[in-house]
Design a protein around this ligand. Structure first.
Ligand SMILES: Cc1cc2nc3c(=O)[nH]c(=O)nc-3n(C[C@H](O)[C@H](O)[C@H](O)COP(=O)(O)O)c2cc1C
Length: 163
């Protein structure tokens, strides 16, 4: 969507983080979206459960990976609520920004990958490919994500909103 072609897209960014990087990424992504006349709301995953997806719509999962390829502590309750309740969330479209480190080569970005697999199993549709950031790459995740997000929306989501 080019500026002026249509209204922007509404996105809820759900943040799974241990030390705050994913939240900083979400803030930069929100700014990039707002600058492109889209609308983004950030919710950290603490205290969320599966009901956050009940209204449907467009979500961006922005999460790091910890432990042995686990989602961060603040994402555990949401993740297990989805796993146990297994709601039908076929009214959800989502993207994933996964933060990780290739030092953990067997579990690289597994937190984001686990959300991706579970949301797809529950009927949600992923738009485009996941963005994966490697903390060992020398690039900044917030810069990478801010550059990635508007083209991602315009390629994969704006056409859906206009349909
Ligand atoms: C104790 C620890 C365990 C980690 N485990 C993994 C892992 O299994 N896979 C991975 O890709 N990254 C792993 N990471 C890297 C983090 O996911 C990465 O640094 C991320 O940018 C941190 O984001 P956050 O501050 O939002 O939590 C680990 C980092 C730490 C400190």
């Amino acid at each position: 969507m080019r500026t002026g072609d249509s209204v922007g897209v509404d996105i809820t960014i759900l943040v799974g983080t241990m030390t705050g990087t994913a939240e900083m990424v979400a803030q930069e992504v929100q700014q990039a979206l707002e600058s492109a006349r889209h609308h983004a709301t950030i919710q950290v995953m603490d205290n969320l459960d599966a009901s956050v997806f009940a209204p449907g719509g467009t979500f961006l999962i922005c999460t790091s990976t910890y432990g042995n390829g686990d989602v961060p502590d603040n994402a555990q309750a949401l993740f297990s609520s989805l796993e146990t309740e297994r709601p039908d969330i076929s009214n959800v479209t989502y993207g994933v920004i996964a933060l990780g480190d290739t030092t953990y080569k067997d579990t690289f970005c597994q937190g984001g990958k686990r959300f991706d697999k579970l949301l797809t199993e529950l009927g949600a549709k992923r738009a485009g490919e996941m963005l994966m950031h490697d903390a060992s790459s020398g690039t900044l995740p917030e810069e990478l994500a801010a550059q990635w997000v508007v083209p991602w929306v315009e390629r994969h989501l704006a056409p859906l909103e206009q349909a």
